[in-house]
Design a protein around this ligand. Structure first.
Ligand code: GLU
Length: 601
């Protein structure tokens, strides 16, 4: 997400201002040069797209060394833990969607964080009232058992071809040798400065000498390099039952706050037993047919697959390729509104809630909801949910509930290999900077994912499937998506952005499939996001376009959102080449690379 200059150029260029952060770490390895950052790349041998050139390069390095897409995805994710430490890392969770070229099947891993065994629906209540959101974020209460390490282990053990230690090497090297600080890294640190300063371990790492990292300086994280090295040597279990696990439990139960800090940092109740019993879960993907394609996504505990799938089912009855731009956007906005109404009522952790996943994805249900949409009028939000178990045309059921807030800064990567395997993987620590609690001496931040739970039901009379519970996974919006045609992958993508993830993935999909946009342009297209609220968010290019008043005349109301999401994807071109695509502009532009850009197999 940060603007970064190619290291082979910048490394010499920044020597005059290089500041070494953290303890000096001896290093014998010379970092390989990183090619200039590009939002699109085409070629053979495999592809990787992420928000960050160093991270994408880590995945490409693993592919070049004979690794497969799963190995490359874990390598890229581990590197993002170094260069995007406020978005993702060992202290967080995520969802991994994998197309297996050997079996032609799509499989997934739910690596969502879990609440402590002692949690109940009052987790975020004090004296019967919900805590202030910011107070809950910066606390041990919001920290769930991390799922990212178990996701990596599960993915590598099941489908990978390289040992964990090898796959972590590029990230370990990046942490030890450093990466170049850019504007976004500095400004994200600045946005967190006050709370980081209250945690000595976080301040030591991210506010060296009490200062913000200097743009152009090298940022090193030797603690994280050692953690990766240890985990590579001793295995992921170290993070769930070894001394690394003990460190996590201690930090959550007694957050290491600076003496004299006035901030009230509530402890959490995570125990060694919570960590020991954590499992990343292999789940069947969601699947819907759309225009002759099969669209696979992430099943609950994420609401991504059911919401994107339901919206696609609703849109399927309209020929969007021929629709005017206004009708195209109108239909997309209304389908999103309906999908969010149903998501709010029905989706939560399926281990605790009776989630009607197949009903939400059924054509019959979509038809019963599509009939609400009019060409010349706009639905009112909050819209009440339908009943996927007993679909009735144009009927709703129960009370409308607003969509709750989710942090908007995780990260998505997409990887493909020469065998045709594909990974779409979104990982997160929730807010930018997570809980602000760094595991002392280990070089990474702990998540605040549990604030994705509802703190209290929007309407006490209506069941909320997303209240906290013991060992429960908070509902996510993460939507890694893989699209097949006749059993072969044609497209894979995903995005960060909290609840806007769902609309970003949906809009990018229909932009490519229905409007015929090249993937990189579908990703770059200005976004609208409707999440069952009275106003729809628009990015500036749509806000400033005549389309806005045309949509307003239908009854739409809008508010400006400067930037929505940061998608990446890969596409299989008809000639067999891979195309990797990332953002052209958002968050400083993303990084797409292929193994052999020369165009030869
Ligand atoms: N916590 C969010 C979710 O799981 C993701 C945060 C983000 O996308 O930035 O849905």
């Amino acid at each position: 997400m940060r603007r970064r200059v190619a290291r082979n150029v910048s490394f010499l260029g920044v020597l005059a201002v290089v500041v070494t952060v953290g303890a000096a770490a001896p290093s014998s390895s010379v970092p390989p040069p990183v090619p200039p950052k590009s939002p699109v790349a085409v070629g053979y041998g495999g592809a990787v797209a992420s928000v960050d050139a160093d991270a994408t390069a880590a995945g490409i390095e693993v592919l070049r060394n004979g690794g497969n897409a799963v190995d490359a995805a874990v390598a890229t994710a581990a590197a993002l833990g170094v260069t995007e430490p406020y978005s993702a890392g060992l202290g967080g969770g995520g969802y991994f969607v994998y197309y297996n070229a050997r079996t032609h099947r799509v499989e997934t891993i739910d690596g969502r964080e879990t609440a402590p065994r002692t949690a109940d629906s009052s987790l975020f209540l004090e004296d019967g009232k919900p805590l202030a959101f910011a107070d809950a974020v910066t606390s041990g209460l919001s920290v769930g058992t991390p799922g990212t390490p178990a996701t990596w282990a599960t993915a590598l053990d099941t489908w990978g071809s390289k040992p964990l230690s090898g796959v972590l090497k590029p990230a370990e090297r990046l942490a030890r040798d450093g990466f170049v600080v850019d504007d976004t890294f500095r400004s994200q640190t600045e946005g967190n400065q006050a709370r980081f300063a209250d945690f000595p371990d976080t301040a030591k790492l991210f506010l060296p000498g009490g200062q913000l990292p200097v743009v152009g300086s090298l940022f090193k994280n030797p603690d994280l390099a050692r953690t990766y090295e240890k985990v590579g040597r001793e295995g992921i279990d170290e993070l769930y039952r070894g001394e690394l696990a003990d460190d996590v439990v201690r930090a959550v139960r007694k957050p290491p706050v600076a003496p004299g800090a006035s901030r009230v940092v509530r402890p959490g109740d995570l125990t060694a037993k919570d960590l020991r019993s954590y499992r990343a879960l292999r789940r069947s993907p969601t699947k819907v047919g759309y225009r002759g394609l099969d669209v696979y996504g992430m099943a609950p505990s994420s609401s991504g697959g059911t919401s994107v799938g339901e919206a696609l089912n609703i849109l399927a009855s309209t020929d969007l390729s021929r629709a005017s731009e206004v009708q195209y956007l109108h239909r997309y906005i209304e389908a999103s509104r309906i999908a969010f109404a149903d998501r709010g009522r029905w989706v939560g952790d399926p281990a605790f809630e009776d989630v009607p996943t197949s009903g939400l994805l059924s054509r019959r249900f979509a038809d019963s909801r599509e009939c609400l949409i009019k060409d010349d009028a706009v639905l009112t939000s909050p819209l009440a949910p339908g009943d996927p178990r007993h679909p009735a045309d144009c009927a709703d059921r129960g009370t409308a509930a607003p969509t709750t807030y989710e942090g908007e800064n995780t990260t998505h990567l997409t990887a493909a290999d020469k065998w045709g395997n594909v990974v779409a993987y979104t990982l997160t620590i929730e807010q930018t900077g997570g809980s602000a609690i760094t595991v002392p001496g280990r070089g990474y931040l702990l998540n605040n994912e549990l604030t994705d739970f509802s703190f209290a039901p929007a309407d006490p009379a209506v069941h909320d499937p997303n209240l906290p519970g013991p060992g429960k996974r908070p509902r996510s919006s993460i939507s890694p998506t893989v699209v097949l045609k006749h059993g072969r992958p044609v497209l894979a993508l995903g995005s960060p952005g909290g609840a806007t993830i769902i609309t970003t993935v949906l809009q990018s999909l229909i932009g490519t499939v229905d409007r015929g946009l090249p993937l990189v342009d579908a990703i770059a297209a200005p976004r609208a996001s409707q999440r069952n609220s009275p106003t729809t968010e628009l990015e500036p290019e749509l806000w400033n376009s005549p389309l806005r008043s045309q949509l307003e005349s239908l009854g739409h109301a809008f508010k400006l959102n400067p930037e929505i999401g940061a998608a990446t994807g890969v596409q299989r071109l008809p000639d067999g080449r891979w195309l990797a695509a990332a953002e052209k502009v958002r968050r400083g532009g993303g990084s797409a690379m292929v193994v052999k850009p020369s165009g030869r197999p």
